[in-house]
Design a binder for this molecule. Sequence first.
Ligand code: IFM
Length: 450
Amino acid sequence: MNGDRRFPEGFVWGVATAAYQIEGAVREDGRGESIWDRFSHTPGKILNGDTGDIACDHYHRWETDLDLLVELGVDAYRFSIAWPRILPTARIGEVNEAGLGFYERLVDGLLDRGIKPYATLYHWDLPQTLEDNGGWANRETAYAFADYAFTTVERLGERVAGWMTMNEPWVVSVLGYERGQIAPGRTSLTDSLAASHHLLLAHGLAMHAIRDLNPDSDAGIVLNFTAQHARSDHPDDVAMERFRDGTNNRWFIEPIVGMGYPADVVADLGWDLDPVLPGDLEIIATPIDFLGVNYYTREIVGESDATPTVVKDPKVTDMGWEVYPEGIYEFLRRLHRDYGMSKLYVTENGAAMPDVADAHGLVDDPDRIEYIRRHLAQGLRAIDDGVPLAGWFVWSMMDNFEWASGYGKRFGLIRVDYENQKRTIKSSGRWLADVIRSNGLPAGEQPNVL
Ligand code: IFM
């Protein structure tokens, strides 16, 4: 016994990306305009005026990018499919064969290399035509999504190992429709609440499409969870924790497991539930095979003048996000215990760090290694406590377009030099390859060494 700790046999090791963040080629092969094309080209929306027009040029470099996945040693790759490549104007039947062809080649390329494809159907690039018609605040968008899901799964279904309907509906509805920080940049609470419901409805309809086409496929949804801790035990701070946990963490999972929207949050928001039609909650509660968990940080909430009992760790990532690994353990346990999740994947976890390349372009990124290591240790701790954690996808395979932050924030295990598109595996990528090879954390990197 050398003290090493192993993940369970068959644990799925992967890395993740999303279409708009890496593909580029936004006007090629019949791709339609997405809300991110429109938003990123609107002055003042993205740091430094960056856009995803070229991004990592993955659309042209996908084969060599897949070779890099082999070097990372992953079992699985989580990518997203760009809806406007498949249905450029989102009109039923107007399928763009070239778009489907790209993803067919990508999926086949993964399979040829022995890597399991995990595909996300919606990672934020809504066809602009749908936004022009009200976007996710319009119920019709959910039906359009079901059609897109059917078209895509019909073509790729048997070759894809796992389907993820939506990525982070909280981000889409709150940051996109209430706070205006990401596309489409709207600022209406009413629209945001309607959007959150239609995103869930779309998820439920897509689950039906996937089940009808491939009854045996592994399918679920990806939600983001952010720990919310009251800064003190003052009742106002505690009330704020309850509310923020409700909007951030309970709002989506509870309808999915058949509990409906959390009544306390509905009351706090004064929501009239108007968009919720009879039968919707049953569709939303269609059983999922797994829940994808995206976890990065926690927020310390409350504005009382009581002396703080919880303080932010000074260790933050380049996003200013506190490094709080215990949070991932808290959520994994809670999702299993309180919501009965019988299979969980960590579908995103990783850190933006101000990486500096040396004269040869090499990047030594010990802070990223430390971040991932500490979170993996918490994953092992959850497994020890009986949580059915089946896999882990690090965000992200390579540096990419970090939405409103543009290219300034680097989350990659692989460095991308945007001047010439050169890729270099960082020390974190090499370290992860070792972890994957041994399916575990070496002695000294164990859960009790946090
Ligand atoms: O880059 C994003 C990703 O697209 C969704 N989850 C969070 C990541 C880091 O901000």
